[in-house]
Design a protein around this ligand. Structure first.
Ligand code: PLP
Length: 462
């Protein structure tokens, strides 16, 4: 029984072991075997038992242009026919160069270099090592401390798990962590903005707490502040209060701390602009990470994007980034991502995401208006979260043993709609939410089906 855990990604709705568990593949849960997918096309997954599922969360906010795109398939095949792998120590390939150039054409916001790896965790880990090397070369070796936010999520490797806030993922790994970290409050108005507080008061309160943390650690020891501009899986698509990201930028400038934005989930158009931070004034990070929508799921790929001021220190210092992976800038992944990004540009999919996002918001607000357990509906672009509470007024969470969110998710799945698993933490306990992050090609009719199924799934819990 894992229900005592404050929060976990492994939400088992069943309680007995599957006696038929003979698979050699280690699945996430020993109790709930995953569904076997035979084929996927557009927004739909086709399961081996004949069922069709609308992928209303694009996997994990990944399949941004939908599944089964033949142009991407062809780009992958073309690349494989040319070169499937070379080591980046000695070689580069055209798709890697072209992908970096496409994303950073004209150095948007001063972001000048891209470094491609395989997963989100690797990208964040690389960003942290880059930040460390930056200070090492600037002769500020005492800067080792990373400040992140409770309920943030930055990955599952040792360092990235340490700076993440999802308590359930950490339980077995106490002591297995990067030592120089601390956490401050998330920017999460629904839960933590006080009743008698305005947004104009909430933002400075959050920023004061961060400045206090800088001062408490010793500003000369702080290496980086890391945050998701629009929070992802830990809280569920929570947008920051007005002025928060700009305030973060100003604080980091004041104390010479690097600002890292983790846009692995919210970037690449998911919130309606290529970078999520673009909707928050002039808060440009020093280093940022992107991943899921970059390759759209056609191949594993993530990116670290680096501002010129960081690049310059290495360029004029050691003249190398002392970090690398065997599969860095993998040609097939870069070719897939390049094809995905070209499709997004050609078909105006980010503008479509913004427009469809408005439709989804209005459908959610209408459809779920009378659901007693829906405490909050929040998000931006095609990135929306529905949070469930036992009591709308007090915002009291359900007993974690009820698995309310997981049950809604399962009920929706049974009716043919896949939602993103809920794994949030509220005040140290597991909170309940489901996330919607469909492919940008989803139609209004499909969104309407998704919202109706979600309402029925919620109502079936009463
Ligand atoms: N950072 C954020 C914001 C994420 O949402 C995720 C994954 O969900 C990660 C990092 C880790 O990425 P990965 O699972 O590819 O290692």
């Amino acid at each position: 029984d894992i229900t005592h855990l404050p929060s976990t990604q492994y939400v088992n709705t069943k309680s007995t072991l599957d006696s038929e568990d003979k698979d050699h593949l280690l699945h996430r849960s020993f109790i709930d075997p995953p569904s076997l997918v035979e084929r996927a096309e557009g927004v739909n997954l086709f399961l081996s038992d004949g069922r069709k599922i609308i992928d209303a969360c694009a996997g994990a906010a990944v399949a941004l242009i939908g599944h089964g795109n033949k142009e991407v398939h062809q780009a992958i095949v073309n690349q494989l026919q040319k070169v499937s792998y070379v080591h980046t120590q000695s070689y580069t390939t055209q798709p890697a160069e072209d992908l970096a150039n496409l994303i950073l054409q004209g150095s948007p916001h001063g972001l000048e270099k891209a470094f491609f790896v395989g997963s989100g965790s690797e990208a964040v880990e690389s960003a942290l090592k880059l930040a460390r090397q930056y200070y090492f070369e600037k002769n500020e070796p005492e800067r080792l401390h990373i400040i992140s936010r409770r309920q943030g999520y930055h990955g599952n490797t040792m360092a990235t798990m340490t700076i993440s806030g999802n308590l359930g993922r950490k339980v077995p790994f106490e002591g297995f962590s990067y030592p120089h970290t601390s956490q401050v409050s998330p920017a999460f108005a629904y839960r933590y903005m006080q009743e008698d507080e305005t947004e104009m008061e909430y933002t400075p309160r959050l920023l004061r707490e961060i400045e206090d943390e800088f001062l408490c650690v010793g500003p000369h020891k702080v290496m980086a502040f890391i945050a998701e501009p629009v929070a992802g899986s830990g809280i569920g698509s929570a947008t920051p209060p007005a002025g928060y990201l700009a305030g973060l930028r100003a604080l980091c400038d004041k104390y010479g701390v690097l600002l890292i934005f983790d846009e692995i989930m919210c970037g690449v158009g998911r919130t309606g602009t290529f970078f999520a931070f673009e909707q928050e004034g002039n808060a440009v990070p020093d280093i940022m990470t992107i991943a899921k929508g970059l390759g759209g799921g056609y191949a594993p790929i993530s990116g670290v994007l680096v501002h010129k001021r960081v690049v310059d220190v290495l360029r004029h210092g050691s003249k190398a980034f002392n970090h690398g992976h065997t599969y860095q800038a993998h040609p097939t992944s870069c070719a897939a991502a390049l094809a995905v990004q070209k499709i997004i540009l050609r078909d105006g999919l980010i503008a479509r995401c913004a427009a469809m996002g408005k439709i989804l918001e209005s459908m959610l607000r209408t459809e779920l208006r009378d659901c007693w357990s829906v405490g909050d509906i929040r998000g931006r672009g095609l990135f929306w979260t529905v949070e469930f509470v036992k009591d709308k007024k007090t915002k009291e969470t359900f007993d974690p043993r009820i698995h309310f969110g997981a049950r809604v998710q399962q009920a929706a799945f049974d009716e043919g709609v896949a939602l993103y698993p809920c794994s949030g933490t509220v005040d140290g306990k597991r909170g309940d939410h489901v996330m919607l992050a469909p492919p940008f090609i989803i139609t209004e009719e499909e969104l309407s089906t998704v919202c109706k199924v979600l309402r029925e799934a919620i109502e079936s819990q009463q």
